[in-house]
Design a binder for this molecule. Structure first.
Ligand code: SF4
Length: 405
């Protein structure tokens, strides 16, 4: 049985194809670039891990010692060639200083760190939901001595979330399930996020009922994943950060053709298919627009022809090859939707058992059936109470010769 983690489940939710490439096909990539934000996060995590891990054995690092450690892991891991700074207005030093400040603020805020007793740092937690193993790493697990366990998560992202987001967060809630199974005295658990760049702490709690619902959601998501055979690519802004565009069916053609010289590019089979398709579609749309305009013009001419025929006292207007016939007749017009009495008409039609016959009250069909006397006399008489005869003038174009025939 494969193991699942919050990040694995999130990968599927964001893009099933990315999930497949990463966790099923296990595509191996050469060591790639890392964003400086992730680099900063790892170094700050390492510093706070050292602080709390050593506190378990009563060693309290001074702030200076901790910052020295942070500097050393930063310098040791820094690689100009593989760490990317995307935001143009910021330098390596801006990020490094942000990390220093985050650690300093954290240190000053919680010193002497006696709010709770650290039980573990970078703690692997595993538990089962039915037959499936769920696992994850808790940045820090602590206990406040009053029966309350705390799951701490360090964040170095540059934006804050709303309380609603924390109250719906899945990752720490999943860890809570694991902690409650591992520690039988864990009746109450607090989920705590430290937004280190802002010196802010956010807390949330989950009830047993919420955890029960979460287990159901996770189970249903895992079953969806295990049933999936297609793993559709879902394109989004996240594609810009995806490691697999060369393998992704939604992106690999673009990558394949983008380096081609223009003459080869335009001749490439896929490119030419798309270009042809797009140009035909554009023509169809253009023709549709023209058709709409032409129908509007036809309606104006019909009105003018009716006026002309009335004025001249004629029914046929002769052109070079065609004749326009103005045909006037009276038609039955039943009550339209929204008109007074319409509900009674619908009620009668349903009661008379002819609702299906009139295709759910298609008025033209109803008029035709009445005119063709397709119902019994009593029904027709009743139906006629809901209709009136109105004049209807139509314009019909015929060929001159046909007309003469
Ligand atoms: S490039 Fe986008 S669509 Fe393709 S696998 Fe990656 S995230 Fe999914």
């Amino acid at each position: 049985m494969p193991k699942y983690s919050h990040s694995k489940l999130s990968a599927y939710e964001n893009c099933p194809q990315q999930y497949k490439l990463r966790y099923i096909d296990r595509i191996e990539l050469p060591e790639g670039m890392e964003g400086i934000e992730a680099f900063l996060g790892s170094r700050v995590h390492e510093a706070l891990e050292k602080l709390h891990k050593e506190l378990i054995l009563t060693k309290l690092n001074s702030l200076e010692e901790l910052l020295k450690y942070y500097e050393s892991v930063w310098d040791k891991n820094w690689n100009e060639d593989t760490i990317a700074i995307v935001k143009r207005d910021y330098t390596k030093d801006h990020y490094k200083n942000a990390g220093r400040e985050a650690i300093t603020n954290y240190y000053k805020r919680y010193h002497p760190f006696n709010q709770s007793k650290t039980l573990a740092t970078e703690q692997l937690i595993t538990f089962k939901i039915e037959d499936y193993t769920i696992q994850g790493y808790i940045d820090r697990l602590s206990h406040n001595g009053k029966g309350i366990y705390e799951i701490h998560d360090y964040k170095t992202s540059g934006y804050l979330l709303s309380q609603e987001k924390f109250d719906n967060d899945r990752q720490l809630a999943l860890y809570q399930i694991g902690i409650k199974e591992k520690f039988k005295d864990a009746k109450d658990v607090r989920l705590i996020w430290h937004y280190l760049l802002f010196d802010k702490e956010f807390t949330s709690i989950r009830t047993d009922a919420q955890l029960k619902d979460l287990k159901k959601e996770i189970l249903s998501l895992i079953k969806t994943i295990e049933k999936d055979t297609v793993f559709n690519p879902v394109e989004s802004n996240l594609c810009d950060w995806c490691e697999f565009p060369e393998y992704c069916p939604a992106r690999k053609h673009e990558i394949k053709v983008q380096e081609l010289p223009l003459n080869k590019y335009l001749k490439e089979k896929g490119v030419s298919l798309v270009n042809k398709y797009a140009s035909i579609k554009a023509k169809i749309n253009e023709l549709r627009e023209q058709e709409t305009e032409l129908w509007e013009e036809i309606a104006l001419i019909e009105d003018a022809a009716k006026t002309y025929a009335e004025k001249e006292g004629i029914t046929n207007i002769t052109g070079s090859d065609h004749v326009l016939k103005i045909v006037e007749k009276t038609v039955l017009q039943f009550l339209r939707s929204g008109e007074e009495g319409r509900e009674a008409l619908e009620k009668f039609i349903k009661k008379a058992g002819i609702w299906e016959d009139v295709s759910g009250l298609n008025l033209s069909r109803l008029s035709k059936l009445v005119k063709d006397e397709m119902f019994d006399k009593k029904t027709i008489a009743s139906l006629l109470k809901f209709a009136e005869e109105v004049p209807d003038v139509k314009v019909k174009l015929t060929k001159k010769r046909e007309d003469e025939d």
